[in-house]
Design a protein around this ligand. Structure first.
Ligand code: DGL
Length: 258
């Protein structure tokens, strides 16, 4: 098969990376995608770095068996734990794109107040985030907010209602009296509950995630290797999930979620 016609592999610990896939389908409508959600092993964000690395390499092998031409690690946690190792091993052969908390665009908004970064405990404790934070802590009031358990709520499909509201209130209530410059969603599961976050903090609070930047980078990399799909019809999306078909159904539901 001509390399240009091969699919792009996208993966996450579960259904969260669908928030990135959604942007990718919008930005690259003629590409085919294979999404792998590792819900059987979710959450990654509360595991050790070694465990996450092992799981990540397992998924990558599965995507390589599907003859993908590029891989998007649509998981902040797996990116912070394993992106260097993945690039070392496969970076010559194909573009490997990761995602990280979109701190820079949040700070560039130049709004007064705290920049709250919601992410998994593992993402926030890794070196990658620490160096990102060091880069900006002089110019912004950055508050890392570990959200253990939030990705699981999304995995359950609980995007509205008491469970998610109580969880978010518990995390965010203490910042309600303060100025919030922006909230950065540093986990790909969280964009699916952004509307509930806006029920707690002031409605005008910018909520930023990294999917846009990740898709732009994917496009650049495909262009520079001259492997963009040149077909004219719309691309296809295949979804695989390590847990069961219900998670595949939930993934398609999230892909069409407004
Ligand atoms: N969606 C993943 C991320 O972007 C993590 C969720 C999990 O803990 O598995 O970090």
């Amino acid at each position: 098969m001509n390399i240009k016609s091969r699919p792009i592999g996208v993966f996450d610990s579960g259904v969260g990376g669908i928030s990135v896939l959604k942007e990718a389908v919008k930005g690259l409508p003629n590409e085919d995608f294979i999404y792998y959600g590792d819900s059987k092993n979710a959450p990654y964000g509360e595991k050790s770095v070694d465990e996450v690395r092992k799981l990540t390499f397992n998924v990558i092998e599965k995507l390589l068996d599907k003859k993908v031409k590029a891989i998007v690690v649509a998981c902040n946690t797996a990116t912070s734990a394993a992106i260097n190792e993945i690039r070392e091993k496969y970076g010559e052969v194909m573009p490997i794109i990761g995602i990280e908390p979109a701190l820079k665009p949040a700070i560039e908004l130049n709004r007064e107040g705290k920049v709250i970064i919601m992410a998994t405990p593992l993402t926030l404790q890794e070196d990658k985030f620490r160096s990102l934070m060091e880069k900006y802590e002089e110019v912004a009031d950055i508050v890392p907010l570990p959200c253990a358990g939030l990705a699981e709520i999304v995995e359950e499909g609980e995007l509205r209602g008491k469970v998610v509201c109580d969880y978010l209130q518990d995390k965010l209530n203490k910042y309600k009296q303060e100025k919030i410059a922006a909230i950065v969603l540093g986990c790909t599961h969280y964009p699916f509950v952004a509307h509930e976050i806006l029920n707690i903090v002031p409605k005008e609070t910018p909520i930023i995630d990294g999917s846009d930047g990740t898709v732009r980078q994917l496009k650049r990399k495909l262009q520079s290797r001259n492997i963009l799909n040149d077909k004219e019809e719309k691309g296809k999306v295949e979804i695989i999930n390590s847990l069961n078909d219900d998670m595949v159904d939930l993934s398609f539901k999230l892909l069409n979620y407004k």
